[in-house]
Design a protein around this ligand. Structure first.
Ligand SMILES: *Cc1c(COP(=O)(O)O)cnc(C)c1O
Length: 405
């Protein structure tokens, strides 16, 4: 039986997360399938920003840094809230800098923890910034570091006695394929290597159990499924057992044991604070705290269940209505994150047509149409309405192509 719009409306009526959509201020006339690139705006953010500006900045001025609810504790407070979403404990996650910068800090720290090894191992299809940052670090360290890039299928076999750290993105940004975090971490540990996971496309959409997998280090993004707003700061995780030996190269004053003692020499703070560098971005952190709260309020098991149902129905609908598109994501929902990619020979024109009609996904060149499904604020009927537009746009483009050839 083909799916109908009514089938999808019934799924919405039974959806335990349906009420969470109200926590977002969504624009009219848009079906937003790009929450994996920039999450939607929580309704609570404007009020929070206005308190941060009016009460904390205008009135509190410099006094707002201090105190238990003060700005100085924000990186830790928001970090602890994120820890609860990724299988980490309080005190193992802190919010700081960007994902790229945190990769640099933790890759350097990993090499320092394995002084007799030189290799950073990653996969060729990793997100470009992850590779670029490792290249930059290897260049800086000269003979002390070497970047090895392997194909996905060859990763485990590429681990050897020189591997200091294996660094991978948990959910592939293009295909949404999920790596076996526990399995690969075990393989790396068996070879004496550390593992650094990038959770950019996981946190807030796919359950992660860092401590359950015995992960060593991780980084992730605040503005995707965590709804922290454009350019929201990123977070990093350092397993408790590594914190006392962590040395990271961006040894700024806020990672110092006593920042306000103004000592001439650097002494790393105890705990996760030593992973900090400079002054926290308070405005962005305040917005991110609201975004993280939207995810925490729903809970990861419910979010994952709805995300799998959304991506599954979307694949069924596209294959039912749009035969010219080829699935580029895993068909097995267990192996798939919260986005679905399809290939089309004229993907760029198709995505342009979709966006012109208010269906916002994105394009990964040359021929990949990528659709993200944020389970907090998407409805099942949105899938039907989006695929109806996709069918119209793709049919017109295919007909034009056929007429031209
Ligand atoms: C989005 C994303 C990033 C972003 O890094 P920034 O430093 O925030 O620009 C990094 N890695 C992966 C895998 C991503 O998907």
């Amino acid at each position: 039986m083909p799916l109908t719009r009514n089938d999808l409306a019934r799924l919405d009526a039974a959806d335990p997360l349906a009420g969470h959509r109200d926590a977002f201020d969504l624009p009219e006339g848009v079906i937003y399938l790009d929450g994996n690139s920039l999450g939607a705006m929580p309704r609570s953010v404007p009020g929070r920003m206005s308190r941060t500006l009016g009460t904390e900045w205008r009135t509190g001025l410099i006094r707002s840094w201090r105190g238990p609810e003060g700005w100085m504790t924000l990186p830790h407070r928001v970090g602890d809230a994120i820890a609860g979403l990724i299988g980490a404990q309080a005190g193992e996650v802190v919010v700081a800098d960007s994902t790229s910068v945190n990769l640099f800090k933790l890759l350097a720290a990993a090499l320092a923890m394995r002084p007799d090894r030189r290799t950073i191992l990653t996969e060729a299809d990793n997100f470009p910034t992850d590779i670029y940052m490792a290249q930059g670090l290897a260049r800086l360290l000269g003979d002390r570091a070497h970047l090895k890039v392997a194909k996905r299928a060859d990763l485990a076999a590429s681990l050897d006695d020189d591997t200091a750290v294996l660094t991978l993105t948990h959910v592939d940004y293009r295909t949404a394929e999920i790596h076996d975090m526990a399995g690969l971490t075990r393989r790396a540990h068996d070879k004496g290597a550390l593992v650094l996971w990038d959770l950019a496309h996981s946190a807030g959409a796919v359950p992660v159990d860092l401590n359950g997998a015995h992960a060593d280090l991780a980084v992730g993004c605040g503005y995707k499924y965590l709804n922290g707003g454009p350019g929201a700061p990123a977070y990093l995780f350092v397993a408790r057992r590594h914190q006392d030996e962590l040395t990271q190269p961006l040894s700024g004053w806020l990672g110092h044991e006593a920042p306000f003692a103004f000592e001439p020499g650097y002494r790393p703070a105890s705990g996760i604070a030593r992973a900090l560098c400079g002054t926290p971005p308070v405005l962005s952190l305040s917005a991110l705290e609201e975004g993280v709260a939207t995810v925490a309020a729903a809970g990861m098991p419910a979010l994952r269940a709805k995300s799998m149902a959304l991506t599954q129905r979307f694949i069924e609908l596209v294959e039912q209505e749009c035969p010219g598109l080829t699935l580029f994501s895993p068909r097995d929902a267990e192996r798939r994150g919260s986005q679905v990619s399809f290939r089309h020979p004229r993907a760029e024109a198709v995505m342009e047509g979709l966006i012109a009609e208010g269906v916002i996904g994105d394009l990964r060149m040359p021929d990949v149409l990528r659709f993200g499904f944020a389970p907090l604020y998407l409805r099942f009927v949105d899938l039907w309405d989006a695929v109806a537009v996709l069918k119209r746009v793709a049919t017109a483009i295919d007909a034009r192509g056929a007429a031209a050839s």
